[in-house]
Design a protein around this ligand. Structure first.
Ligand code: ADP
Length: 488
């Protein structure tokens, strides 16, 4: 099989900048594609918060990006994904991207990312490196395929097929109509079957209509988003494009997420020797001010505090849980102020039993994965979810709601058969969550062998990116041949 030239156009890439699972994917999948022999490169904006890991080189030639009334000038920095030769290009434009935040709710977000989409294509032209396929990620780069299909259609770069991955359909990137001028797109695209939605430009919808193929991050989510209940207003487009839409479960970076080697842990361990996990639990209890006790079930949470994650259900269930069960909770997250305050308050009311760290802390996240006994993820919707896979790998059975990628990655525990990898509940209610925490708690106390079996089966799962990377290569080839047939 011939190697492919693949460009990742992405708003995040681990370990330089990450706001969520999208960053994990863009930092990991290219490594596997390169290992399979493909020429893969990544382009990302240079936010003020980007970590300059490894060697960086500024490209001598300035980058003229054709947006707005006049060309905007940017700088391009070149580095590689750590441990690989995969080139990563960062686009520097102080005025648009000097700020620290990746997304926030800046009024000029559409301009920032329209600029970035055009810049990504311009870098390829400047390098004289024309990708056969461009893999674009979520709404920020939704206008990129539109540019290729319209304004740029006669340029060589427009021969590239596009694969658009939906990481989270909830965030769609609404923009004022004036973005059409700024992005230099034809006004004729401002229609409901292209980029228009409710009188504005919807950047996610633009990507969905204009990409050659569409993927999302789990098969169950690929089904859910085609329905009115799960489509966030875009189910019609997704049904229309259903023949071009595929769900592929995200892998995880099994190199960096490995309890046997993770340098962030006070002790390492493996399925064959779990002794180190008890040391991690003790360290976690100490760090979050919990009573140090090896024999109490410790439930962990690591999450963005957003409605989607169902943490309001946990906040509602916790007083009752703490009233009747002998348990501890270690909670790490940030986001909606209401939830931040709710968890601060619960922790203050239950010293020694609930520890809450409000913020983003990668080291603590790893300690929770390792030190907790059960990992709680009551998501209302979950495109794929990574933390439940990390937790299984760290011997911490997940407790999840049956939605999206959680259905595809966690197998419910069946007591009579001694099978499964976690605890799964259906209804998005505090009651159902309460019952399931009770079930996990009883399993921990009363059926220790079963509990150990859950841990072992979870640790034996193969979540390596390699499996999904091969599926992506098939999608790239599918997209390339479709683009060739279309003659553009
Ligand atoms: P999403 O992308 O919807 O936020 P995922 O489970 O796919 O959810 O990915 C979340 C990623 O972000 C995981 O790597 C998780 O460890 C990390 N993460 C989330 N919240 C925090 C936090 N407060 N501190 C550290 N890491 C976090």
């Amino acid at each position: 099989m011939l190697p492919l030239r693949i460009l990742f156009a992405s708003p995040e890439v681990e370990p330089f900048v990450k706001a969520g699972g999208l960053g994990d994917m863009v930092g990991a999948l290219p490594k596997e594609l390169a290992a399979l022999g493909h020429d893969v490169r990544i382009i990302c904006p240079l936010y003020g918060s980007v970590k300059r890991v490894g060697e960086w080189r500024e490209r001598a030639e300035p980058l003229g990006v054709e947006v707005g009334p006049e060309t905007l000038w940017a700088k391009v920095w070149e580095t590689t994904l750590p441990g690989t030769t995969v080139p990563v290009y960062f686009i520097e434009h102080e005025w648009l991207f000097g700020r620290k935040e990746v997304y926030s709710s800046w009024p000029d977000n559409a301009h920032r990312f329209a600029f970035f989409s055009r810049a990504a294509l311009t870098v390829c032209e400047q390098l004289d490196w024309l990708p056969e396929v461009i893999h674009a990620h979520d709404w920020t780069v939704g206008l990129l395929p539109v540019m290729l299909n319209t304004t740029l259609r006669d340029r060589p770069i427009a021969r590239a097929a596009t694969v658009f991955t939906i990481h989270n359909l909830e965030y769609q990137g609404y923009a004022p109509k004036s973005i059409i001028d700024f992005a230099r797109l034809p006004l004729s695209e401002f229609r409901a079957d292209s980029i228009e939605s409710h009188g504005q430009v919807n950047m996610m919808k633009a990507g969905l209509y204009h990409s050659t193929k569409i993927t999302t991050v789990s098969p169950t989510y690929a089904q859910e988003i085609r329905t009115p209940a799960g489509g966030f207003g875009l189910d019609q487009v997704l049904r229309y494009r259903g023949g071009d839409l595929l769900g592929i479960v995200n892998g995880i970076d099994v190199g960096t997420w490995n309890p046997a080697t993770d340098p962030a842990l006070p002790a390492n361990y493996s399925a064959a020797d779990m002794a180190g996990k008890a040391i991690c639990k003790k360290a976690l209890q100490g760090k979050l001010g919990l009573a140090v006790d090896a024999n109490i079930p410790l439930f962990g949470v690591i999450s963005r505090f957003a409605g989607q994650k169902g943490l309001d259900l946990l906040a509602a269930a916790l007083p009752r849980v703490l009233g009747v069960m002998r348990v501890q909770f270690a909670i790490l997250g940030s986001g909606e102020a209401e939830l931040e305050n709710a968890y601060r308050a619960i922790a203050a009311q239950h010293p020694g039993r609930v520890g809450a760290h409000i913020g983003f802390d990668a080291g603590l996240a790893r300690l929770i994965q390792a030190g907790a006994d059960v990992f709680v993820m009551p998501s209302r919707t979950e495109p794929c979810g990574l933390t439940q896979m990390y937790s299984m790998r760290y011997g911490t059975p997940p407790l999840v709601r049956a939605t999206g990628g959680l259905v595809d990655t966690v197998e419910n525990y069946v007591e009579s058969a001694g099978t499964g990898t976690g605890f799964v509940f259906k209804d998005a209610t505090a009651n159902a969550l309460y019952d399931t925490i009770g079930w996990a708690c009883a399993t921990y106390y009363d059926r220790r062998e079963d509990f150990a079996g859950l841990q072992q089966r979870g640790m034996a799962q193969n979540f390596a990116w390699k499996v999904s990377a091969e599926q992506y290569v098939n999608v790239y080839r599918w997209a390339i041949s479709a683009r060739e047939r279309a003659g553009t």
